[in-house]
Design a protein around this ligand. Structure first.
Ligand code: ARG
Length: 413
């Protein structure tokens, strides 16, 4: 009994200091590979330097690995069984959706994504999942969550599948500036970190037009004002140009999708220091798997136009120097496949370094947590380890062999 206690105590002391000895690490700011060891105490990077040693430290040799900061995806939907589409999605209880969230969180973390922004979930299931992860009950990425997304009656953030007599509006539906303010306050009260709202129609929703603006400018202003007043960031789902412009003028922090953005509006986003979160992989999944997976015909038709245009506009945004974050919409496609988007970002105009920066430095800035996204003393010990420099072959980010979150190894070959 006593022996066990001594053993546990000493393990505890040992586990507090770790020294990682990688082949090198990638400075994601400059793109340089740096040869150094990294000391970690209580989940935080405490030293970076050559030949670090410490008698009490646990030494972890990663001599064939290049380390990067843990990856960040700023647009995921962890809650729910992602195999359910269209009318089938109505059959899932919130309880079951949350349990799928547990599975999805694990898949995401094991794919190297140590932080995510979850943009939209009913019943604050995202808050529950985040809490369980923070308490160590469930294995998953650090989560920043929005709770129910705000939207107008009949809009993309509503549920338009059922006839009037059996239809219940989604939880974030508001139809005036004051209703919007109240919903922001309610979401904050129940644990949301950020606010998501729908500024246009969408692809996956029934009977919405991707080009139609949703919410008046006054409503958008009210949402942003109330959220910013509470220190919360605002993410606006917007495909069509009018909705994108209105959301930017209302002061949002990010435009999700940004499919029909034009050059003038890209410049407006830059001027406002707003981020573009363009999910340019998902289109191939929707068009490739959609029929089999029960995606509505209406959605497939919209996607045929949206996907192509979005990629062309992504290229323009890159050229003009927009702030671009890495947001994938995982949940439409399988969780854990988030890394597939890197290749697309490079194919559509980014350098490999820019693509890595989108999922590290830029994503951290958008979230407002600069203790992640870079390997620096004082930052969280979130790492992925790769067999090669990803700047030479970006596709290796699709299969990450080593993952550490806050000083704990969660995956190792
Ligand atoms: N959640 C988005 C929507 O339904 C997905 C858009 C996917 N398509 C795309 N090309 N990014 O509108």
């Amino acid at each position: 009994m006593r022996l066990t206690l001594v053993f546990i105590l000493s393990l505890n002391i040992l586990s507090q200091t770790i020294i990682l000895k990688p082949k090198s690490y990638l400075d994601v700011e400059t793109g340089e590979l740096i040869t150094a060891d990294i000391e970690i105490k209580n989940g935080v990077i405490t030293k970076i330097g050559n030949n670090l040693s410490n008698n009490n430290a646990e030494i972890i040799s990663l001599k064939d690995k290049v380390l990067l900061p843990g990856l960040i995806d700023t647009h995921v939907h962890l809650i729910g069984n992602n195999q359910l589409n269209g009318y089938e999605s109505l059959s899932e209880s919130s309880y079951l959706a949350t349990l799928y969230g547990v599975l999805n969180a694990k898949k995401t973390l094991l794919a190297g994504f140590t932080t995510v922004r979850n943009v939209g979930a009913a019943n604050y299931a995202d808050v529950a999942l985040k809490t369980a992860i923070n308490r160590g009950i469930v294995l998953g990425p650090r989560m920043y969550v929005s709770g129910p997304p705000l939207g107008i009656t009949g809009g993309h953030c509503d549920n338009n599948l059922l006839p009037h007599e059996s239809s219940v509006p989604n939880q974030g539906i508001v139809d005036s500036p004051w209703e919007a303010r109240k919903k922001v306050r309610t979401n904050r009260k129940f644990g949301a970190d950020l606010i998501k709202f729908c500024a246009t129609g969408g692809v996956m929703s029934k009977n919405t037009d991707v080009n139609a603006k949703q919410f008046t400018f006054e409503e958008m202003k009210a949402i942003v004002d109330e959220a910013h007043n509470n220190g919360m960031k605002v993410a606006a789902h917007a495909h069509g140009l009018e909705g994108i412009k209105a959301a930017l003028n209302a002061g949002v922090d990010s435009i999700e999708h940004a499919s029909f953005i034009d050059e003038e509006t890209i410049l407006l986003a830059i001027e406002n220091n707003a981020y573009l979160s363009m999910d340019i992989y998902v289109s191939d999944y929707i068009l490739g798997e959609g029929v089999k997976k029960g995606v509505l015909e209406e959605s497939l038709n919209k996607e045929r136009v949206v996907g192509k245009t979005q990629r062309q506009n992504f290229k323009k945004a890159v050229k003009l120097g927009a702030n671009i974050t890495f947001g994938t919409d995982a949940g439409i496609f399988d969780h854990g496949d988030n890394g597939k988007q890197f290749v697309y970002m490079v194919e559509w105009g980014m350098s490999p370094l820019e693509a890595v920066q989108a999922a590290t430095i830029n994503a951290a800035k958008l979230i407002g947590d600069e203790s992640i996204g870079r390997i620096l003393i004082g930052n969280k010990a979130d790492f992925i380890g790769l067999d090669q420099n990803p700047l030479n072959s970006i596709n290796i980010l699709e299969e990450v062999p080593f993952v550490m979150k806050e000083g704990k190894i969660v995956k190792s070959e």
